[in-house]
Ligand binder design. Structure first.
Ligand SMILES: C[S@@+](CC[C@H](N)C(=O)[O-])C[C@H]1O[C@@H](n2cnc3c(N)ncnc32)[C@H](O)[C@@H]1O
Length: 285
């Protein structure tokens, strides 16, 4: 049985990182291994032939490296939080078909994967929740998803390739509510400047035939986030491609050039926000 993906929708954007992670496992096995991306792609009723042609060009391979590295970076942030809060809630915002929870699971934490109802219904078939894990069907703009999170052991949130599709005001409202609701929690997400968001719409989305979706949210200066909420204790950023492990020495000269471009001109970063307050760290759940 093959599972259908609705074309030309925000949900279809989940194909790009999923397929990118699979391509990276094929081309850079020493850096990335994602057998579940391979398994899931083979179960989708989706024509990957055009996407493979695009992604196996030098520019396309760089895009694949970006999405695979982004997953690595965000998993690093989650593991880092779990060292102090081993029983925390690990919340994947706009999860698509990303299985980071199974990669970071320490046997004690709780996993929550949130996405739109049609994506969650697909996910329930392809990536059914494991022990201590839940797939939740919510629009993130509907704050009632927060009621579902057991943050008694702390909470670490991540959003991978998601906020680009939100209006800036919607991101601000969401982050403010999360900070007020989950004291001591941490949120990590990827982001780039306006030039990067424009390029993403032109190259990735239009190139993938997703013409009705635009990248909306961008940050020219991530430090500006510090003024978004009095419940933010700190905001820090790290380079997407070199901040968590340096893949620079392992890639070809064209990709080295692209890494410089992304760092200096597109400002691709992982943002990490710590919410004020002590928060919880119990393991009683
Ligand atoms: C580019 S995909 C990224 C998927 C996944 N995070 C990954 O890295 O593989 C963006 C995801 O965000 C989800 N999304 C976008 N807007 C959303 C919203 N308002 N509420 C819940 N999910 C949303 C989409 O359905 C899609 O699965």
């Amino acid at each position: 049985m093959k599972y259908h993906i609705e074309k030309n929708s925000v949900q279809e954007t989940l194909i790009i990182p999923l397929f990118g992670r699979m391509i990276c496992s094929e081309h850079y096995p020493e850096l990335f291994s994602d057998p579940s991306a391979d398994r899931i792609c083979s179960m989708l009723d989706y024509d990957f032939s055009e996407k493979r042609k695009l992604m196996e060009s030098q520019a396309g391979l760089f895009g694949a490296l970006e999405v695979a590295q982004r997953q690595y970076d965000l998993a690093w942030e989650v593991r880092d939080y779990l060292r102090q809060h081993p029983c925390a809630a690990v919340v994947n915002l706009g999860c698509g078909l990303d299985d980071t929870f199974s990669k970071v699971d320490n046997g004690k934490c709780l996993g929550y994967n949130i996405d739109m109802p049609d994506v969650i219904s697909l996910r329930n078939d392809l990536l059914p929740p494991g022990e201590r894990e839940k797939n939740l069907a919510f629009d993130l703009n509907d704050e009632s998803w927060m009621d579902e999170i057991d943050a008694s052991g702390g909470a670490v949130f991540f959003a991978s390739g998601v906020f680009y599709y939100f209006e800036t005001e919607a991101v601000r409202a969401l982050l403010r509510k999360m900070a007020a609701r989950f004291p001591g929690g941490v949120l990590a997400f990827d982001c780039c400047n306006r030039r990067g968001a424009r390029m993403m719409t032109k190259t990735w989305l239009k190139g993938a035939g997703i013409s009705d979706v635009s990248a909306l949210f961008s940050l020219d200066e991530p430090k500006q986030l510090e003024n978004w909420s009095q419940d933010f204790a700190s905001v820090r950023t790290k380079s997407y491609m070199r901040g968590y492990r340096d893949i620079y020495p392992k890639v070809n000269p064209f990709h080295k050039l692209m890494i410089h471009f992304c760092d200096s001109l597109v400002k691709m970063v992982i943002v990490q926000i710590t919410f004020s307050g002590k928060g919880e760290a119990s393991c009683d759940h």
